[in-house]
Design a protein around this ligand. Structure first.
Ligand code: UDP
Length: 381
């Protein structure tokens, strides 16, 4: 059975679903409000320096899912890349994520793994059994002084909220290691696409059954033109903000061009309040196989998104998500529409999870046609 499918958004969510359903024989129209595909993964070469730029912030592909790694590798060549982040705080430069080197530098010690483990266990607040928020999680995991140095101010800059109102899950993204492994991610698969992310998305969308409309915003009124819609735009935007606006953080990137090597690393975080920006990324270090005489850096500032801003990070709180719950309830009453991706489901998602979920959603949709079941508004992942 060939169905008419509308998809809002040409990021990874929309493009993966478009590709899967086009291969299954459906006719797909993808609506993308911007003048380019690839969503926030959009990358292109700087006109002057020819350095590959990640225009919406650094994107490093990493996953623990072999099928997702295989999936992206058949879209384009990936080069080996390991993200090794440095942190500036309290007048020093440290290794991140917190590892044995960070701990020994910070406490001016020469501890072995087991000594450091015991030392940090003593620092940690053992009264916290079930961390209910970011601050509790940090104090339980690493104790007060490391929390103050590396997480407190950065998190307030990044989220504009007190860490005790943010969910513990935000911090659980980062490991703490008692060895000298300074790989920012713990996943077995990590890499950078040779020619950036945009060609991967273009490849997914290059199918005769897919029509892409750039500079086109999908609105709820257009749903009746389709048998089913997959919506990866902001959940509250679909409902024309009728219940109010969900909070998002947006980012301002201040670009500078220099000669040579600016900071010697792809990402340096500014964990204390000595600078208003959260981090500086130097994009030529994301392609260490390329040579460039000049260099482009971005200072990254986070702030609350206003209606005119690009929404980046959905702000879920640790104890009050009432507005989100009302939008989710509203969405569940809709028919023939499924909300997907970071903005559609209002979750802090990495690229690999987005792709995995888009593959699952596509499979569920195909199964729902065969079994004549209703496709739900959200696929519980
Ligand atoms: N974080 C921090 N200090 C750092 C790095 C991260 O406090 O140096 C906190 C901050 O709250 C951030 C979260 O940990 O939002 C997750 O960090 P990650 O590097 O995964 O953020 P992303 O790259 O997705 O912005």
């Amino acid at each position: 059975m060939t169905l008419k499918i509308g998809i809002a958004g040409a990021g990874f969510s929309g493009a993966v679903i478009a590709n899967e359903l086009a291969k299954a024989g459906h006719k797909i129209t993808v609506y993308e409000p911007r003048n380019h595909v690839a969503g926030n993964c959009y990358s292109s070469r700087d006109v002057d320096s020819k350095i590959m730029l990640h225009h919406f912030g650094p994107h490093i592909f990493h996953t623990d899912k072999a099928h997702v790694w295989n999936y992206v590798c058949q879209l384009g060549q990936f080069m080996p890349f390991t993200n090794r982040v440095k942190a500036r705080t309290q007048g020093q430069i440290y290794s991140l994520p917190i590892n044995l080197h960070t701990i020994n530098q910070f406490f001016n010690a020469q501890m072995s793994p087991i000594e450091a483990k015991n030392f940090i266990a003593n620092q940690a607040d053992s009264r916290i059994k079930e961390p209910k928020n970011f601050e509790d999680q940090a104090k339980k995991m690493i104790g007060e002084s490391l929390y103050q140095a590396f997480f407190k101010d950065y998190t307030i800059k990044q989220w504009g909220r007190s860490p005790d109102s943010l969910p513990a899950s935000i911090l659980k993204r980062l490991p703490v290691r008692f060895n000298y492994d300074d790989n920012y991610f713990s996943h077995p698969f990590q890499g950078m696409p040779l020619e950036g992310y945009t060609p991967l998305i273009e490849k997914l969308l290059a199918h005769p059954n897919i029509q892409v409309k750039l500079n086109s915003t999908f609105s709820a009124a257009m749903k009746s033109n389709y048998d089913h819609v997959f919506f990866s735009g902001p959940l509250d935007a679909y409902f024309d903000y009728q219940l109010g606006r969900l909070p998002y953080r947006t980012l301002d990137f201040v670009k500078e061009t220099h000669q040579g090597d600016y900071q010697g690393n792809a990402v340096i975080n500014y964990c204390d309040n000595s600078q208003a920006y959260t981090r500086i990324s130097e994009h030529k270090h994301f392609t260490p196989w390329e040579e460039h005489a000049s260099t482009v850096i971005f200072k990254e500032y986070s702030r609350e998104a206003t209606p005119d801003d690009t929404p980046y990070y959905p702000v879920r709180l640790s104890d009050d998500n009432a507005l989100l719950e009302r939008y989710i309830a509203l969405a569940k009453q809709q028919e023939n529409i499924t909300f997907v991706g970071r903005l559609g489901t209002y979750r802090y998602l990495d690229m690999d999870v987005t792709i995995d979920e888009a593959l699952t959603v596509s499979k569920c949709f195909q199964e729902s046609i065969i079994s004549k079941q209703t496709m739900p508004a959200f696929i519980e992942q």
